[in-house]
Design a protein around this ligand. Structure first.
Ligand code: GLV
Length: 322
């Protein structure tokens, strides 16, 4: 029997793909090429049974129309806002994602940003390197304590809960907003209180975005939302950039409407707008929520497992129901 053909859009390390490579005919970009372009995938996709896309690779109607044999899109991410899911469903294409491996490292990243922002670690590290730019005194370089502070989690899914565990260990109180209120037993486990979005924005000392990006969550933090937050509040975004109106955030940070922000994701192309660059009260990292050596291997194994199990029978992380 002819082997299934799998197209991987990015030149990832091969270790995690070992089983997939053994079983199927897998195409990666050629040596020295980081990733296939959209046009290159469009040209090739007709021959493939499976596509393994990255979180920022657009899988749209045009691509799926060209993909006459395609049965599965195995996305290398928990987020799938790069894929037209209703269209995939209408074409009978299974979409899968990688919730397991991304949960803990993304929660680590949110917690890291929280500590860096609240104690001004990045800013003071920058200043201490420049002679004369720092004053050591009891009432300078002040941050805000997280012990006893209230963390408001928007999106209490796997990553939100993993962050809640870390925050509880640090002595924080947890409130959350979610599409649906969680079961009482889950709320008890995380000592988490459900609030409306408005209540959460008005009462939380730290607001963390851990929700997927879609039409409903587009600019969930906009000018109005920022005005509702405390002037001492911290905003964290480790989910997707367009959850936040970045222009409005830069203005709020500049004018002291909120105290500070920690951002791992940005509205346009993974880079912050220039207005953020000159502000000391924002800590920024370039979408590194899952960027560890260990997780790169785990995610590769996970996207491979989703494809193998889809064709051979076994559990897959389904995004759409066919
Ligand atoms: C990373 O951005 C992911 O969605 O897993």
């Amino acid at each position: 029997m002819e082997k299934k053909k799998v197209l991987v859009t990015y030149n990832m390390w091969r270790e995690g793909y070992a089983e997939l490579i053994r079983k199927y005919d897998v195409t990666f970009p050629p040596d020295g090429v980081e990733s296939f372009s959209y046009e290159e995938v469009l040209d090739r996709i007709a021959e493939y049974d499976a596509l393994q896309s990255m979180y920022d690779f657009p899988v749209d109607k045009r691509l799926m129309d060209a993909a006459s044999k395609l049965k599965i899109i195995s996305n290398y991410a928990v987020g799938y806002d790069n894929i037209d899911i209703p269209y995939a469903t209408s074409k009978g294409i299974q979409v899968t994602n990688t919730p397991g491996p991304v949960t803990e490292p993304t929660a680590d990243q949110a917690m890291g940003l929280l500590l860096a922002v609240s104690r001004r670690i990045s800013e003071l590290d920058r200043r201490i390197r420049i002679p004369g730019s720092i004053k050591v005194a009891l009432l300078t370089n002040l941050g805000h304590s997280i012990y006893g502070a209230t963390l408001g989690i928007i999106g209490m899914g796997r990553i939100g809960r993993a962050l809640a565990r870390r925050a509880l260990a640090a002595g924080m109180k947890i409130v959350y907003h979610n599409r649906h209120q969680l079961e009482k037993s889950v709320e008890q486990e995380y000592k988490a209180t459900y609030l409306s979005l408005d209540e959460l924005l008005r009462t939380a000392d730290v607001v963390s975005l851990n929700a997927p990006y879609n039409e409903e969550t587009h600019h969930i933090i906009d000018e109005q939302a920022l005005k509702k937050m405390k002037s001492t509040a911290i905003l964290l975004n480790t989910a997707r950039g367009p959850l936040v109106d970045e222009e409005a955030l830069a203005k709020a940070l500049r004018q002291g409407e909120i105290w500070a922000a920690g951002l791992d994701v940005f509205e346009n192309c993974n880079y912050p707008i220039p207005e953020l660059l000159s502000l000391d009260n924002v800590v920024m990292t370039p979408h590194i929520g899952t960027q560890t050596v260990e997780i790169r291997h785990e995610m590769a194994a996970h996207v491979s497992r989703n494809i193998i199990n889809f064709f051979e029978g076994g559990p897959v992380d389904k995004v759409n129901q066919l």
